[in-house]
Each structure stands twice: as structure tokens, then as C-alpha cells.
Design a binder for this molecule. Structure first.
Ligand SMILES: [Zn+2]
Length: 135
């Protein structure tokens, strides 16, 4: 089960709202199945309202920051500004880092965003239980 600090969940939702109606994206570093650091990344997709592509130079900096602390990439997050809280066919087809969790923040209900966690392996997305860890 993935554990994410409450502050990190709030930061992902805040990022998703900040770039709305574009998709937000970023990386989460940590140890085991516990998130320790969130690294928001600019979405450089041609049409960022319907897909995401992380800025490569920022990805490199995120990995360096994680490694510098003895952590690794444990999750990738992105938002669905209007779509459901599950991976799209494109998300599944283009998923990188099969060992990482995939977090989706759906703003389909702007007042009550939903956060879901998935594994995407071998062309299949499966939901994962996760919990908020008190700060
Ligand atoms: Zn998506």
C-alpha cells in the first residue's frame, strides 16, 4: 500500500488546480512505498489540456534530488482536468516506469477532487490501495 503525507496530497491537488485546465504532472520520490518528496514538473505536451509530457530537464533534476537523499522514484502523478479518476487508454499505452505507482488527480468535480493510485504494467491498469499519512 502506498502511503502519502497529507501535505503531499494537498500539494498535488493545488498543482492540478493551478494549471487547470491543463494537465498537471510531476514525480514523487521516497523509500519503500512511502512518499517523501513531491517534484512538480512542467507539462510540455503539444496540447496540455488532453495529455501530459514531462519536461525532460526537470525530470533529470528530480531524479538527482531523489538520489541525493538516498531515495528513488516511487510514483508519477498527473491530473485529469475534466476526465475520470482512472488512467486513459493513452496513459496506459504511454506509461513509463512500470515499477512506479501512477497517481491520478481528477478535477471532474472541482469542489471535491479525487485522487486514485494505479499500477500500469503489461498494458493493464490496476487500482492500488493507498493511505494518507498524517504530517
Ligand atoms: Zn491521464
Amino acid at each position: 500500500m502506498l502511503a502519502l503525507p497529507a501535505q503531499m496530497v494537498e500539494a498535488m491537488i493545488a498543482h492540478a488546480r493551478q494549471v487547470y485546465p491543463d494537465e498537471a504532472c510531476g514525480l514523487i520520490g521516497g523509500a519503500g512505498a512511502e512518499g517523501r518528496m513531491i517534484w512538480p514538473i512542467h507539462n510540455v505536451a503539444d496540447d496540455p489540456t488532453v495529455r501530459f509530457r514531462m519536461a525532460p530537464d526537470e525530470q533529470v533534476r528530480a531524479f538527482a534530488a531523489f538520489e541525493g537523499r538516498g531515495w528513488e522514484l516511487i510514483a508519477i502523478y498527473h491530473s485529469h482536468p475534466a476526465g475520470p479518476p482512472r488512467p486513459s487508454d493513452t496513459d496506459i499505452a504511454e506509461a513509463q516506469y512500470p515499477a512506479a505507482f501512477h497517481i491520478i488527480i481528477s478535477l471532474a468535480d472541482l469542489v471535491h477532487p479525487s485522487v486514485t493510485v494505479w499500477t500500469i504494467r503489461d498494458g493493464r491498469a490496476r487500482p492500488v490501495l493507498w493511505q494518507v499519512k498524517p504530517d
